[in-house]
Design a protein around this ligand. Structure first.
Ligand SMILES: Cc1cc2nc3c(=O)[nH]c(=O)nc-3n(C[C@H](O)[C@H](O)[C@H](O)COP(=O)(O)OP(=O)(O)OC[C@H]3O[C@@H](n4cnc5c(N)ncnc54)[C@H](O)[C@@H]3O)c2cc1C
Ligand code: FES
Length: 262
């Protein structure tokens, strides 16, 4: 079960303009799964709500986990200025994570992510590979420009393909355009990224009759299922609440794409 704790920052490093990688020693590292996230508290008396950030990687032996984040506003800017040795209050691991059982027995799996949806793909690709050395993992990652991050980590465990919005590296265009152009037809697709990307990916997956799971990075408040700030619309009614809603922080952030309104 997730608990509140103070993590100790081991290292912080800039990977690209405004993109930072941070390793944190914390108990959450021992139980983390790919696709889960941690909530980080700023504890400055101003930013009261925690900032949810996906778990990019974890090392249970060292009791450490890695996050990779983009500076968007004041919370992430503050986080980027923290130093090794600083402590940060956090809660985690939170959320459901990717359905690794769904990948079992498959010959190949396609991972698709864009921008700040890319970090959770590292732990995901590693865990899939650890469970099945023979599986073919294709990762198609969409970046804005030539400031590529997490390339080495993903290349180690997958066939790594780059797309860029400005054409400065790899395929010029969106991840979905790349998949259409290259006739990629996997049985299962696991993804994370902005809503427009997830929508076009869903259309693509329906056309090729592939199962798609999406991780939704909605705005959140409490992060633990208590406030309903993060609900998304579902196609079926929830048995318990009798509404067509799901809490992204608690029921997600990973959903089967056919079960939610994107
Ligand atoms: C499950 C989950 C996992 C996430 N994983 C990552 C990650 O691995 N790396 C990463 O960099 N970011 C991730 N995010 C997004 C991250 O939580 C926000 O960027 C962060 O909370 C912004 O905080 P801030 O104080 O810097 O900006 P704020 O001042 O809170 O916001 C700045 C601006 O960004 C907008 N904004 C804030 N949060 C979001 C959001 N979730 N979606 C769209 N717009 C938003 C605000 O409306 C505002 O306009 C994740 C979000 C969720 C819900
Ligand atoms: S953020 Fe409060 S219920 Fe999800």
């Amino acid at each position: 079960m997730a608990e509140m704790e103070y993590g100790n920052i081991i290292s912080i490093e800039a990977l690209a303009p405004d993109i930072y990688s941070m390793w944190i020693r914390c108990r959450a590292a021992y139980t983390s799964r790919p696709g889960q996230f941690i909530s980080l508290y700023m504890d400055d008396g101003v930013h009261l709500l925690p900032r949810p950030i996906s778990i990019c990687d974890y090392d249970a032996e060292k009791g450490a986990l890695r996050i990779v984040f983009r500076i968007l506003g004041e919370g992430t800017a503050k986080l980027s200025k923290m130093l090794p040795g600083d402590s940060v209050r956090l809660m985690g691991p939170l959320g459901n994570g990717y359905p690794l059982d769904e990948v079992k027995g498959k010959e190949s799996v396609l991972l698709v992510a864009g921008g700040i949806g890319i970090p959770p793909m590292v732990a995901l690709a590693k865990e899939i590979k650890k469970n099945n050395q023979d599986i073919r993992i294709i990762s198609v990652m969409g970046y804005r420009d030539s400031h590529i991050f997490l390339q080495n980590e993903l290349e180690e465990v997958s066939e790594f393909k780059i797309t860029t919005d400005d054409g400065s590296m790899g395929f010029h265009g969106t991840v979905t355009d790349f998949l259409k152009n290259n006739d990629v037809r996997p049985e299962i697709i696991l993804s994370c990224g902005p809503k427009p990307m997830l929508r076009s990916l869903y259309e693509f997956s329906e056309n090729i009759k592939s199962t798609l799971y999406v991780s939704m990075e909605e705005r959140m408040a409490c992060g633990i299922g208590a406030c309903l700030a993060c609900v998304c619309k579902t196609k079926d009614m929830d048995d318990h609440s009798k509404v067509k809603n799901a809490r992204v922080c608690k029921d997600g952030p990973v959903f089967k794409a056919s079960e939610v309104e994107l």
